[in-house]
Design a binder for this molecule. Structure first.
Ligand code: OFO
Length: 174
């Protein structure tokens, strides 16, 4: 059985992961509308990964004897005038999620819940990678986004992203 506060923090994180999936699908919709199908695909894959994160937390909570609560998912309400703004919002969101994961980790550490800390290690690592991916996208857009031909090639490049299931060591991802 998990500490009540740790279980609550994990449940909140689960809902944030569902929101992340929703947000990235909204980004994908923006790029579809802008005619950049490769960027749209990239964010669709990202949304799938976010669902993996949510499901991994759900499995962990269930396996720990906790009742999972699903909250309403807020409607992504940002409007963007340029692709770079979308990418920058993506980086800001990843930084927010990293801070949130760190808070859950700190909560687990406070009550010496080493099992939960170990479970979260994969999330801490994943956040590092996702922040870097978001930063790289911004750099590429700044380098190539101003030229139509280069943007076309970058879009093609992003269309090649392959979905790789997240493995947090839970049954969902086995
Ligand atoms: Fe859930 O991986 Fe980043 O946000």
């Amino acid at each position: 059985m998990l500490d009540k506060k740790v279980a609550g923090l994990l449940n909140e994180q689960l809902n944030k992961e569902f929101y992340s999936a929703y947000l990235y699908l909204d980004f994908a919709n923006w790029f579809e509308d802008a005619g950049l199908a490769g960027f749209a695909h990239w964010y669709e894959v990202q949304a799938q990964e976010e669902l993996d994160h949510a499901l991994a937390i759900r499995t962990y909570l269930c396996d720990s004897g906790c009742r999972v609560r699903l909250d309403a998912i807020a409607r992504p309400d940002k409007t963007f005038e340029a692709a770079l703004m979308v990418l920058e919002a993506g980086l800001a969101h990843e930084r927010y999620i990293s801070a949130s994961i760190n808070e859950v980790y700190a909560g687990a550490s406070e009550v010496k819940d080493f099992r939960t800390m170990q479970f979260l290690d994969a999330f801490v690592k994943e956040q590092g990678e996702e922040e870097k991916n978001a930063e790289d996208l911004i750099k590429k857009m700044k380098l190539f986004g101003g030229d139509a031909r280069s943007l076309y090639l970058l879009d093609k490049d992003l269309a090649a992203r392959v979905y790789a299931p997240f493995n947090a060591g839970t049954e969902t991802n086995a």
